[in-house]
Design a protein around this ligand. Sequence first.
Ligand SMILES: [Cu+2]
Length: 308
Amino acid sequence: MIARLMSKIGSAAALLLVAAGGVALAEVNGPKPWQATFQEPATRVMEEIVWFNDFTLVIVSVITLFVMGLLAFCIVKFRASVNPEPDRVTHHTMLEVAWTIVPIFILVIIAVPSFKLLYGQYDPSKIYDDFDPKTEKFLTVKAIGNQWNWDYEYQPGDDNEGFGVAGEIVFTSIMLTEDELGPDDQRLLAVDNEMVVPVDTFIRLHVTADASGVLHSFGMPAFGLKTDAVPGRLSETYFKAEREGIFFGQCSELCGKDHAFMPIAIRVVKPDQFKQWAAAASDDVDAANELLAGLIEHEKARKLASAQ
Ligand SMILES: [Cu+2]
């Protein structure tokens, strides 16, 4: 009996070890088991969102403690046994002025950074002090929500040619099924064709949905990005990823039976890797992805060799 129990505990521990090893192996920027807080920020906007969350949390905590303290104080001080004769005071002008002015003051303190952040999600000059709209180059990518996957389009023109997009790149990004998953792939998040963007570059993101379809929402938590995809309407937002890697998001607007199975995967790479991918992708996306995987592998091996 005890031996059976011990062997059960042993195999459970082994399973846990394997799971922990698996997590360590696949170093990805996405949700982690038992995660309760935000994902590690990869853009300045997300850093500001995390700051704003912490800031309002402090204010909320202080107010909650103050109200609870006040309540406890009144319960003890004015309990019937020590205060048999209730007070007949009905109002106190100074107190009423104070409890109107103080909350207004607190709301203004919250509103100022909140509005900055709200506008900053669409206008980089609110977030990036050195941002100059006249000189800054944007790579424009269009994301189209379908039932139930995403299309991505990179058109030559605008600033895109400067980033290496010489011909039109159009592809569909579909979630990998359980038997298509590789050893490092995240279940329900990995896709066949990832959206590829260069690091430290402003990406202008156009978001819409299939004209005959329904609402979707393009959400990428590590970038602090969420924009509704509305049929017949083009929404514009931007992001600037500050580190390389693979980032995962999901459709964030209930859109039908496979809503949970249309993840968003963005691969952030070096600008020269992006150029090579873009040059190949206008002809053949699969070949371009293979080329990119090779370049990333090569870079990893080079880093590992130089670290030893
Ligand atoms: Cu959806």
